[in-house]
Design a protein. Sequence first.
Length: 71
Amino acid sequence: MKQRIAAAFIMGIITTGLISFTLISINVGFTEKFLARWIKSWGMAYVLIVPVILFVGPKVQQLVSYLFRNK
């Protein structure tokens, strides 16, 4: 369980950081407000995604196992 929680936190940092950086740079550009908007967006996305990874992730794993089960 500790490993799953740690993985969720690390995966959350990486995915939300990359996605928010990319989308803010595309939509806003590298202006003087970029860093503030990126940090705000990153924080909001991170708070949202960690519970999703923890609670939806196992269900997705079950679905994938079901879809690729040996017949």
